[in-house]
Structures are given as structure tokens and as C-alpha cells.
Write a protein that binds this ligand. Structure first.
Ligand SMILES: Cc1cc2nc3c(=O)[nH]c(=O)nc-3n(C[C@H](O)[C@H](O)[C@H](O)COP(=O)(O)OP(=O)(O)OC[C@H]3O[C@@H](n4cnc5c(N)ncnc54)[C@H](O)[C@@H]3O)c2cc1C
Length: 402
């Protein structure tokens, strides 16, 4: 079958590109080849079924800081199409987005199905053909025409967009075109930690902490959630993203130092000494400080060699130091990782040096384009991964439809 444009992969980037190409140039025959019996599988499950479409960050220089891989390369593209454009794009097509306190943006319906319905309607309206159950097996290029072999027949086209996400088979095929692949490793995961200080208190949140990975330069800040298995929430997920390669090398066994109150040890010790005077007759256990959740305070108090009856006045120098240390430099052993169910991505993919980021076209093969997670681009949690897919796909669409 002959088409003007073939898009391999009916996910976020594939649909977004196809719709925009077909809308911008109705003369082009655009087809999506999707291996599944349905497309948009990740959109469906994204953001816990709510689809965190993008993030309310409107300054390109700030936006790029959320991409451990792709930061430099995305600056130019974000000047062409970014978060504000995404909001407008969906609004124009009847999908209103709302912002949550932390900047994440979702459809007001709180359902990813709204995004899927929008894409399916738009694809139909602009006559994008979607071939489901068409798994791409090989891609070749002869006399400027791509030949694409699928599990259900061959396709020919002048232009091809690869939007297959993190599929190792496609990465292997791309190596035949001279492209190199940065080794894929997981990103956005939570840390497994077995430790008395966080045992039996799942759901407890420290609102703003500093976390360092010892023996590395990795650190982050933000909320920390104690889970059944260890620790999660943005402070941890950011480390998992920025440290994806480093932590994989360590086989996910390393130590972290948590500062639960974001004060230096010495300053904390001074505060505790004042409390020793001011709260002399009260028990440490019952006088939670630093706006910490009570259950966490109790755990840290016990870890500092005190019991439920220890009074502030009775604390000796060592106990005060122990408590200051637990509050500001608590060391935890991480042993393994768990999936963060709301969002995960793969760090790795087509090497960014091989892509022209003005067009998202291959520097090696003319008319071969890339968008989304197939590239070695990924972000922290919060809607940034989809924004990468929308931006790349939109820029591809502008170039292909010309
Ligand atoms: C559980 C989960 C929740 C997430 N939540 C969010 C979120 O809320 N916000 C956010 O920003 N990001 C989220 N992400 C990340 C986001 O889903 C991805 O970054 C995004 O989907 C990447 O888009 P893509 O089009 O590149 O790849 P995908 O969406 O993965 O699409 C690739 C498509 O290509 C198809 N394909 C692969 N190989 C072939 C082949 N050989 N032949 C034909 N078709 C093929 C696949 O079947 C798939 O449909 C989440 C990820 C997961 C796993």
C-alpha cells in the first residue's frame, strides 16, 4: 500500500503527528501502523487513568530543567511548540484542561478517555487511516522510497515518522540506518527501603525534604512519601530520573541521606537546645516539632535512643545530637526499586546527536523523522513526558506537511 506519510506507532506522538499533518495538508495520505489491536495504550493508563497531559510551566528555560535527557535539545523546539500551545490545541478541539496545585494538568473530566476520544475523532475527521494489528518488522529505503514490512502486508511511502516509544526491536532496526541507541534503563521508580524508622507508617508525607545519594552528586528536594516498600513522591522520583543511569550501574543498591527539615545539623541542634529549655517538663514524644507528621517524629525520636517518657530537660548532649542527626542527615539503605504506577518511562533511545532538532529529522536518512520516547529523551514526573511527545510530533507535522 502506498501512502505519502507512514507513522509507525499509534501512541501519543504518533496520533498527535498524524492528526496535525492531515489537518495542515489535507492532500497528504497519512497512515498510522500500530502493532496493537488498539492504540494509545499508555495514554489510557497514564496519570492513574486521568492523563497528566502537560505541566503549567510556561518558560522554556524552566521547562527544560525537567528533562534529565533532552534538556539542551528541547530548548529550541519548546520555543516552537510548548505547554501553552498544548493547552490551546486541546481547548480548540473541545478538551478543557485544569491545573492542580503542583502544576500538573489534566482534562477536567479527570479521564484519559477524553484525550483518546479527542484523538480518535480528530483522526477520523482528517481521514487518517489507522492500521491496527500491523506490527512493523523491517524498514528499508530504496530510491528515496521507504518500504515497511508489517505482520499484515507491506507499505510504501516517501516520509516516515518513527513513534514507537521504547521498543527495542525498532531500535535494532534503526541501527541499520546508522543510528546508535543509548542503552535503555528504567526511569521514574520508587526506592525499596527496609528500615525501622519508616516501618508501619505508609502514607506519611514529609512536605519538603532534601535527599542526597551518597558517593554521587545526585540530590533533590520536594515532598517525600513513605510507602509499604520504602520511599516515593517527587523528591525520590526526581532522583530516579536524574540518576537513572548511575543507579542502574549500582544495581539499585545505594545509600541516601535525608534531611527531613531542610536545616543544617548545627542550626537544628541550636533549635533543639532552645526547646530543651522552653519545653523542659514536656515529653519529646508528645511535642512534635518542625511541622513533621507525628508518626514520623515518633519514629525519629525512638531512633535517637529516647523512649515515650523522655523529657526535654533530661536529654543529654548525645541524645540531642542524635535527634538533630536523625532530622537532618538520616541515612537509609536502598535495596532495589519498585514501579511508580502513575507514570514511568525509559531513559535511553536514539542518540540525540543524530537528530536535527529544528525538524526532528534524522541527520543520516532524509525524510525519516522521530518523536516521543523512541528518542533518548525523558523527564521527571508531572506531564513533561507527554509534552515531549506533543512538541516533537507537532514540529514533525509542520515539516512533513509543507
Ligand atoms: C503507566 C504509565 C503512566 C504514564 N503517565 C504519564 C502521565 O500522566 N504524563 C506524562 O507526561 N507521561 C506519562 N507516561 C509516559 C508517557 O506515557 C510516554 O512518555 C508517552 O506515551 C510516549 O509517547 P510515544 O508516542 O513516544 O510512545 P507510546 O505512547 O509508548 O506509543 C508507542 C506506540 O507504538 C506502538 N509500537 C511499538 N512498536 C511497534 C511496531 N514494531 N509496529 C507498530 N507499532 C509499534 C506501540 O504499540 C504504541 O502504541 C506514563 C507512562 C506509563 C507507562
Amino acid at each position: 500500500m502506498q501512502k505519502h506519510v507512514i507513522i509507525i506507532g499509534g501512541g501519543a506522538a504518533g496520533f498527535f503527528a498524524a492528526i496535525n499533518i492531515a489537518e495542515q495538508n489535507p492532500d497528504l495520505k497519512v497512515a498510522i501502523l500500530e502493532r496493537g489491536k488498539e492504540g494509545l495504550g499508555k495514554v489510557k493508563v497514564s496519570g492513574g487513568g486521568r492523563c497528566n497531559v502537560t505541566h503549567a510551566e510556561f518558560i522554556p528555560q524552566e521547562l527544560i530543567l525537567n528533562y534529565p535527557r533532552g534538556e539542551k535539545e528541547l530548548l529550541g523546539p519548546f520555543h516552537q511548540f510548548m505547554t501553552g500551545d498544548t493547552i490551546e490545541w486541546f481547548e480548540k478541539r473541545g478538551v478543557e484542561l485544569k491545573v492542580e496545585e503542583d502544576g500538573r494538568m489534566f482534562p477536567v473530566s479527570n479521564s484519559s478517555q477524553t484525550i483518546i476520544d479527542c484523538f480518535l475523532n480528530e483522526a477520523k475527521k482528517h481521514q487518517v487511516e489507522v492500521f491496527y494489528n500491523h506490527s512493523v518488522k523491517s524498514i528499508s529505503n530504496q530510491n528515496k522510497i521507504f518500504q515497511i514490512e508489517t505482520s499484515n502486508g507491506d507499505f510504501f511511502s516517501e516520509k516516515v515518522l518513527i513513534a514507537t516509544g521504547n521498543n527495542p526491536k525498532i531500535w535494532n532496526l534503526l541501527q541499520d540506518f546508522g543510528h546508535s541507541i543509548s542503552k535503555p534503563v528504567p526511569s521514574l521508580f520508587t526506592f525499596n527501603i527496609k528500615d525501622e524508622r519508616i516501618k508501619d507508617i505508609p502514607g506519611v508525607v514529609a512536605k519538603d525534604v532534601d535527599v542526597k545519594v551518597l558517593e554521587t552528586s545526585l540530590w533533590s528536594e520536594g515532598p517525600l512519601l513513605i510507602t509499604h516498600w520504602g520511599m516515593s513522591a517527587p523528591s525520590i522520583l526526581k532522583l530516579s530520573a536524574f540518576g537513572a543511569l548511575e543507579l542502574a550501574k549500582r544495581d539499585y543498591k545505594f545509600q541516601i541521606e535525608v534531611n527531613f527539615i531542610k536545616l543544617p545539623f548545627e542550626e537544628c541542634l541550636e533549635v533543639l537546645k532552645t526547646l530543651k529549655q522552653d519545653l523542659a517538663k514536656k515529653t519529646v514524644f508528645k511535642t512534635t516539632q518542625f511541622e513533621l507528621p507525628k508518626r514520623l517524629w515518633h519514629k525519629l525520636v525512638f531512633a535517637s535512643n529516647m523512649n515515650e517518657d523522655s523529657r526535654w530537660a533530661d536529654l543529654n548532649k548525645l541524645q540531642l545530637e542524635n535527634l538533630a542527626s536523625q532530622l537532618t542527615q538520616a541515612i537509609f539503605n536502598v535495596d532495589g526499586k519498585s514501579t511508580f504506577k502513575e507514570e514511568f518511562v525509559t531513559a535511553g533511545g536514539v542518540n540525540l546527536k543524530e537528530i536535527n532538532f529544528k525538524t526532528f529529522e534524522s541527520k543520516y536518512v532524509k525524510n525519516l523523522y522521530f518523536a516521543g520516547e523512541v528518542l533518548n529523551i525523558d523527564a521527571v514526573t508531572g506531564g513533561f513526558n507527554f509534552q515531549n511527545a506533543w512538541t516533537g510530533a507537532y514540529i514533525v507535522s509542520q515539516n512533513i506537511s509543507k
